[in-house]
Design a protein around this ligand. Structure first.
Ligand code: SAH
Length: 397
């Protein structure tokens, strides 16, 4: 039995934990010690004293994130076991290969470690904490990583949690190397394609690892097509489209830095490729100015339009407007790859927004594929909120 401080729930509030949902909401708590510090590990008990789980306490609407439903210490051995399980899973998925050195090793709740993200880029591991509990346990996580990964896979460990911890916690960790950091190779490989990953300054941990399988599907459809990659970030979809034999690829992103890395990534794989052009511009404006029928494969992968529940309606309007613009411009017989990464928007809601856009466009539209996040971003079956990436591949007559 672990010896942590205890939080006792109100009567009847134990049901979701008994179904292994990993969050305790603040309203469910009957009693907690006065001196609890944010990030502290606690034992959670039902009103009748039954043990429910061990987790990290935090201030806010989610008050505890459960790390284990077994009464065990959250210590070095625990992290070693959890990370080792996660690595074994990625290896068994055949994601760890000489031609694929980019993968997500640990995906928070999806791997039963709420608050922790670890992405691998070649011989660099990037750790991101989304909870104060994980931040406090950072040394345990780092040591476990060094122990469970092959030595040539972890020459460098970069911690990137500026901006991901709750603001009110008053902890502002600087992004920095926890080990290594010299002679770093920023080039890593996804399915045989080379990418420069900017974990120092880039978005998320530096790359959108979650689109790997969807990019591979796009490659399959790219041959001979005129591709428009909207919200390209560092050009993932563009590089796959070029390898797939696209006739032309245009990459658009409002961030000039992202467009510049897109150009570098194209050059890394194909040198000077006259099929590719790029534009640091606003996507909505760019689509408005595009002449109709010019593109027969369009990708829409915008940032999350809704970051919280209150923003859902506006976000759905945004998805509708964006998809309408693309549907109005796409050439007959063309394909539209359209995505939402807003966690609070369900697959049905997103599909309805795209349906509304299709109806207004008056085009004949068929859904060919319904896409989601890849296997290294697993969804804990007891935590359906973890299903955040939704995509549709449409064929438009
Ligand atoms: N498809 C990318 C990830 C896209 S992330 C990949 O596979 O890697 C979303 C991108 O949208 C970010 O790079 C951001 O800079 C860009 N963005 C945000 N608002 C935009 C806008 N109004 N117009 C164009 N790009 C925008």
């Amino acid at each position: 039995m672990s010896s942590y401080k205890e939080i006792v729930l109100r009567s009847g509030k134990e049901a979701s934990l008994q179904r292994f949902h990993p969050w305790v909401f603040s309203g469910a708590i009957a009693r907690k010690p006065e001196d609890l510090v944010e990030g502290e590990t606690v034992r959670v008990l039902a009103a009748d004293g039954t043990f429910l789980g061990v987790g990290h306490f935090q201030i806010g609407s989610i008050a505890v994130r459960i790390m284990s439903f077994v009464d065990e210490p959250i210590d070095a051995a625990f992290y070693k076991k959890s990370l080792s399980n996660a690595y074994r899973m990625r290896s068994s998925l055949n994601l760890v290969r000489p031609d694929n050195t980019i993968f997500r090793l640990l995906h928070g709740e999806g791997d039963c470690l709420p608050g922790l993200i670890v992405d691998i880029y070649g011989d660099t591991a990037v750790i991101q904490a989304h909870s104060v509990g994980i931040h406090r346990d950072l040394e345990l996580v780092t040591n476990a990583l060094k122990q469970i990964l092959p030595t040539d896979m972890v020459k460098h460990i970069f911690y990137k949690s500026e901006g991901t911890l709750p603001y009110k916690a008053g902890i502002f960790p600087e992004n920095s190397y926890l080990s290594g950091g010299e002679d770093v190779d920023e080039i890593a490989m996804e399915n045989g394609l080379r990418f420069r990953i900017d974990w120092l300054k880039g978005q998320k941990t530096g790359f959108f690892v979650d689109q790997r399988e969807n990019r591979a599907l796009l490659e399959y459809y790219a041959k001979g097509r005129h591709v428009l990659n909207m919200f390209c970030y560092t050009g993932g979809f563009s590089v796959y489209a070029l390898r797939g034999g696209a006739a032309s690829v245009m990459s658009v992103d409002s961030s000039a830095k992202a467009v510049s890395i897109t150009n570098q990534n194209v050059a890394l794989n194909f040198g000077e490729d006259p099929r590719h052009s790029s534009y640091p511009e606003d996507a909505f404006k760019f689509l408005r100015q595009l002449s109709g029928g010019e593109k027969d494969l369009i990708i829409l992968d915008p940032p999350a339009f809704a970051k919280h529940r209150g923003a859902i309606n506006n976000a759905l309007q945004g998805y509708k407007k964006l998809n309408l613009q693309a549907l109005q411009k796409i050439a007959p017989g063309g394909f539209l790859f359209t995505f939402s990464c807003s966690q609070v928007i369900s697959a049905e809601q997103f599909r309805l927004a795209v349906f509304s856009a299709a109806a207004i466009s008056g085009r004949k539209v068929r859904i060919l594929h319904q896409l989601t996040q890849p296997a290294d971003h697993p969804i804990n079956i007891y935590h359906p909120e973890g299903e955040y990436l939704k995509g549709l591949v449409l064929q438009v007559e």
